[in-house]
Design a protein around this ligand. Structure first.
Ligand code: GLY
Ligand code: MN
Ligand code: MN
Length: 457
């Protein structure tokens, strides 16, 4: 399929979803604003994921408006893109703009206009439409513009024009679509994960006691950019020693010390898609025996979660499988006391494990690293609507991370040999018809393989 057709097909699918709710309407999605870093410097621009999903367009200053009519089996759709107009002077400074003249051909939209015409055109497009689909509570600016557009349509009332009377949130519809990745998306995600896996290998291979965390971050970034990835998918975590127990640590300036572990959680963003990999390895290339014991428990927990990542299981089943292995391991290593807890089931039910494992095992992965899509089924199994909806059933095309960990801080009741051991092992899984495909295993995960990679290169 040609690239603009992919986005066109998504817009048609969205139109079908909208027609299933109301007799058409107007859908409006604006891309992300540019953001100042300080004074005249801006953060590198990153488009809005929902907007990009429906357009493939990466420039700032753009809005997609869909005029939808018909039925869900036969939707009629008119796509209007509002974008920055060509401007020879600005393009010298900021770069080439696509411009409304070239947009229909490049993006497969029926109409394109300058973004200066947005207010005027919307008052025409909204006339006599029943419903507006927009991201509710997106920003104060969106609320302000929406009020402005509504006011403009109401002003035409004396000419017999009716304003829309229903406001719907478009987010849930687009996010449900984004939860299921198509072949085009999975292909990009595979390539993103391959690049990130190479970056992790590079960091392990150069790692030596005496280096600092930021040196390894530099190696990761080198591999990402050298391989054509546009950005990191999130700020890289390079956490050594006690820092490995801080979940949202960044790469700092701590010196990497022999005998300590280094935890790297880093992934690139390629063509708008994230990868998310964590590996934990010994700074000097050889695990100590307490490190190795906890590493092997974490890996066994990950393997149990991977086996539970298959269609028909719920989103929570991999987590529950990992939890069982981790908690048994904590009991075996006497980090949790069987004499106090009585049984494995009680150690899990009481939440005693949370002291050493305080996060979930998975999240959706896609354009955003913590990707969109509901973690609960949308229907309610019971008639009582206040009851919690069941966890989402895994289906082919969903992509999620599998990332168990163990984090042991110093404490009087913890054997000192385990202090400051923080371990997480994270891979990216695409659910397929028979189970799942791990797309991030280009980097070794077994302790022996990591040791041999670090020692023989
Ligand atoms: N890198 C973010 C996460 O693992 O959730
Ligand atoms: Mn993750
Ligand atoms: Mn991660």
């Amino acid at each position: 399929m040609n690239k603009s057709n992919i986005y066109q097909q998504r817009r048609i699918e969205l139109a079908k979803q909208i027609c299933a709710k109301t007799a058409g309407g107007i859908a409006i999605i604006t891309t992300a604003p540019e953001s100042a870093r300080n004074r005249d410097s801006e953060f590198p621009y990153r488009h809005d994921s929902d907007f990009f999903y429906l357009t493939g367009f990466e420039e700032p200053g753009a809005t997609l408006v869909l005029k939808i009519a018909g039925s869900s089996s036969n939707p009629q759709l008119e796509s209007h893109l509002f974008c920055r107009p060509k401007d020879a002077e600005r393009e010298i400074w900021d770069g080439i703009r696509l411009g409304p003249e070239a947009a229909p051909e490049a993006l497969g939209v029926e109409y394109a206009h300058s973004n200066h015409e947005l207010d005027q055109k919307l008052s025409e497009l909204l006339a006599d439409q029943e419903a507006i689909y927009i991201r509710l509570s997106e920003s104060a600016e969106t609320d302000r513009r929406l009020r402005h557009w509504m006011k403009q349509v109401r002003q035409q009332a004396r000419s017999g024009v009716n304003p829309p009377s229903e406001l719907h949130d478009i987010e849930a519809l687009v996010h449900e679509m984004r939860l299921f990745k198509d072949a085009h998306e999975i292909d990009i995600m595979r390539r993103a994960a391959e690049i990130s896996a190479r970056a992790h290998i590079r960091a392990m291979q150069v790692c030596k006691p005496g280096m600092r965390e930021y040196h390894l971050e530099a190696e990761l970034l080198h591999e990402f950019r050298h391989s054509g990835a546009q950005s990191v998918a999130y700020n890289s975590i390079v956490a050594s020693g006690a820092n490995s127990c801080i979940l949202h640590y960044r790469a700092g300036s701590t010196e990497l010390r022999s005998g300590e572990l280094c935890l790297i959680d880093a992934g690139c963003e390629l063509d708008g898609y994230a990868s998310d990999i964590t590996r934990t390895f010994p700074v000097n290339g050889k695990f100590t025996s307490p490190q190795r014991a906890l590493y092997d428990i974490t890996l066994a927990a990950q393997e149990a979660a991977i086996a539970a990542t298959k269609p028909g299981n719920t989103f929570m089943q991999p987590h529950e499988a990992a939890l069982k292995v981790l908690t048994q391991g904590l009991l075996d290593e006497k980090l949790l006391k069987l004499s106090e807890l009585g049984s494995l089931d009680n150690a899990i039910e009481s939440g005693a494990y949370r002291r050493f494992y305080m996060h979930r095992t998975s999240h959706w992965l896609g354009m955003d690293v913590h990707d969109v899509g509901s973690y609960r089924e949308q229907f309610s199994a019971s008639k009582n609507s206040s009851e919690e909806k069941p966890w989402r059933v895994l289906k082919t095309g969903m992509v999620l991370t599998i990332e168990p960990g163990l984090y042991v801080r110093p404490a009087d009741d913890v054997d000192e040999s385990f202090w400051n051991i923080g371990i997480r092992i994270e891979d990216d899984a695409v659910v397929n018809d028979s189970g799942c495909e791990l797309i991030s295993r280009g980097v070794p995960v077994k302790a022996d393989e990591i040791e041999s990679l670090m020692q023989n290169h």
